[in-house]
Design a binder for this molecule. Structure first.
Ligand code: IPM
Ligand code: MG
Length: 371
């Protein structure tokens, strides 16, 4: 029986690129039972929830999901766009993708950045790296305070004299966001990085942290990483700091294979890595849990291009390829990959982001022709 797959185009150009990717999936011969679901800004404005309960139910009944893009805005701006009847009723905007990651424990965010020769935006043609981003912990857990409650202040001050320097500020002038790591979370992302390196023949796994300053959280990550590295002889562990790593990625991107980072640093370093191989138009990602996964391009919803079929669908098509790999459809995934490589090498069809005038669907059709 065909797998049930939820399709969530979302906002803005999410719709355009989803349409393109679905066409490619059909053309490669992939059969699934697709159900489209609601997610995004429209549902925030009209229902006070960008990730409605019915969509969560749909996901619970699906093997995995293909997700386009969503628009998200800071809390206060979001509140202003609620429809009048819903204002001041206690609705608080929360990023649906961050929520999905938590809700379904999608602990691993896999972001491959491989240069396809012929892409004029490549920094170099020999870049082939993959970012493993821990996806549910760290600064994204949502344990945040503003204003800082007196009890939280007192508890922090009791256990850490460094809080004294904030003692003169009023609690309304202090905001706190907690960076929380667990040993299990660190071990899991480290292990996934090494397993991937072993499976695909990468020689190094680079841990991107900042243990010289953020001693406890980064420290835990690095200690666990070192232990796990011992189980993988022949694969070298490299330890770097996030700031220096950004510089080195710009300088020598070809030196890196698997990179492992915790949530916030992984967010940063994956955008940087994406730009090295042509930008967000070329960068897929997978939010992967034990039994469920949500695949999404790294790019956002680019509202100003919505419905114009202007943006590059390659990131979304590569995202579908990742989904096929996860589902075990390796042959189909390889055909899509080769077709994209051929189109880029020939260089006859290009969307605006890399110097052309072709549309989203023309790019999809060019890829389909090479399948
Ligand atoms: C990403 C995005 C998200 C994140 C946003 C949209 C919440 O930047 O997937 O990298 O910060 O994780
Ligand atoms: Mg990001």
């Amino acid at each position: 029986m065909a797998d049930k797959i939820a399709v969530l185009p979302g906002d803005g150009v999410g719709k355009d690129v989803t349409e393109a990717a679905m066409k490619v999936l059909d053309a490669v011969g992939f059969k699934a039972e697709y159900t489209y679901g609601d997610i995004g800004w429209e549902f925030w404005c009209n229902e006070g929830d960008p990730l409605p309960e019915r969509t969560i139910e749909l996901l619970k009944n699906s093997k995995c999901a293909l997700f386009g893009a969503i628009t998200s805005k800071p809390k206060d701006e979001a509140a202003e766009e609620l429809k009048p009847e819903l204002r001041d009723k206690g609705f608080v905007y929360q990023s649906p993708i961050v929520r999905l990651r938590q809700l379904f424990n999608l602990h691993t965010n896999l972001r491959p950045c491989k240069a396809y020769p012929g892409n004029p935006l490549n920094y170099r043609d020999d870049i082939d790296l993959v970012v493993f981003r821990e996806n549910t912990e760290g600064l994204y857990v949502g344990v945040e305070y503003y204003p800082l409650p007196q009890e939280v202040y007192d508890a922090l001050a009791k256990y850490n004299s460094k809080m004294e320097r904030f003692g003169k500020s009023s609690l309304e002038d202090i905001a706190v966001s907690c960076r929380i790591f667990t040993r299990a979370g660190c071990q899991n992302i480290a292990r996934q990085g090494f397993e991937y390196a072993k499976k695909f023949g990468y020689k190094t796994v680079t841990f991107v942290e900042k243990p010289n300053v953020i001693r406890e959280t980064s420290g835990l990550m690095i200690r666990e990483a070192r232990k796990i590295a011992k189980e993988y002889p022949g694969i070298e562990i490299w330890e770097t700091n996030i700031d220096a790593q950004c510089m080195w990625l710009v300088k020598n991107p070809q030196d890196y294979g698997v990179m492992v980072a915790t949530n916030m640093f992984g967010d940063i370093v994956s955008d940087l890595a994406a730009q090295l191989i042509g930008g967000l138009g070329f960068s897929p990602s997978g939010n992967i849990g034990d039994n469920f996964a949500v695949f999404e391009p790294t790019h956002g919803s680019a509202p100003k291009y919505e419905g114009q079929y202007k943006v590059n669908p390659i990131a979304m098509i590569l995202t579908s390829k990742m989904m096929l790999q996860w589902l075990g459809e390796i042959e189909m995934a390889d055909r899509i990959d080769k077709a994209i490589a051929t189109v880029l090498k020939e260089g006859n069809v290009k969307t605006y982001d890399f110097g052309g005038t072709h549309t989203t669907m023309e790019m999809a059709d060019a890829i389909i022709e090479k399948l």
